[in-house]
Design a protein. Structure first.
Length: 211
């Protein structure tokens, strides 16, 4: 299945135009859409994620690979829906209230999408109530919160408390991350998951969704 390998390799190089053409070619040749997604697009993104973890590629490389993946996925979406292929899990992500940083959050979103998860991005400066409301209305598996300022980290505790007070208690996992965030902070506020980089966050999220 050389065509799928070509999709993966071109995606890793961020060649969006080539990825689009190759995905279309694979569709035209009647290759199973799930196979194109898994063995072409997601396989390429997996390799980028592993290289990013090992500092072999950097943020710009991830961004262009993710752009190529998104272009390929757009072609597949209607076919995946009609063939009944579902996302492996659902995550809402956002930067907490008072914090306007979004590069880390965007990276995590891309890595999670690269694992076949559906990600709903709430943006930046998101209050605890909005995380909870969105998690309920979208029936998600994970609430992922990002903070880059030590002053906004406390908002993560509010999110944990709001979740505990809601119908979501025991139904969703709360993941936290960001430069000043640590695993001991996660423990102190009662959140479920912590990851110190985007690739690890995506791995942990996938594990929870498949459990």
């Amino acid at each position: 299945m050389d065509l799928l390998r070509e999709i993966s390799e071109n995606l890793q190089k961020g060649r969006a135009k080539d990825v689009k053409e190759l995905v279309q070619k694979a569709i035209d040749e009647g290759i199973d859409v799930n196979k194109i997604l898994e063995e072409g697009l997601l396989h390429g993104m997996d390799i980028i994620g592993a290289k990013f973890k090992n500092n072999e590629v950097y943020v710009p490389d991830v961004l262009i690979a993710a752009r190529a993946m998104n272009i390929g996925t757009e072609l597949l979406k209607p076919l995946l829906v009609s063939s009944g292929v579902k996302a492996k899990g659902k995550v809402i992500i956002g930067t907490v209230k008072g914090d306007l940083h979004d590069i880390g959050k965007n990276l995590v979103r891309m890595m999670m999408e690269g694992k076949g998860l559906e990600v709903i991005d709430l943006g930046v400066d998101v209050p605890a109530e909005k995380f909870v409301e969105s998690a309920i209305s979208n029936d998600v598996d994970i609430i992922a919160c990002s903070a880059l300022l030590t002053t906004t980290m406390t908002e993560m505790k509010n999110i944990v408390e709001k979740v505990k007070q809601s119908d979501l208690s025991d139904k969703v996992k709360i993941m936290i991350g960001g430069a000043p965030v640590t695993d001991s902070f996660r423990e102190s506020i009662g959140a479920d998951l912590y990851a110190d980089d985007a690739a690890s966050a995506a791995d942990a999220a996938l594990e929870v969704c498949l459990a």
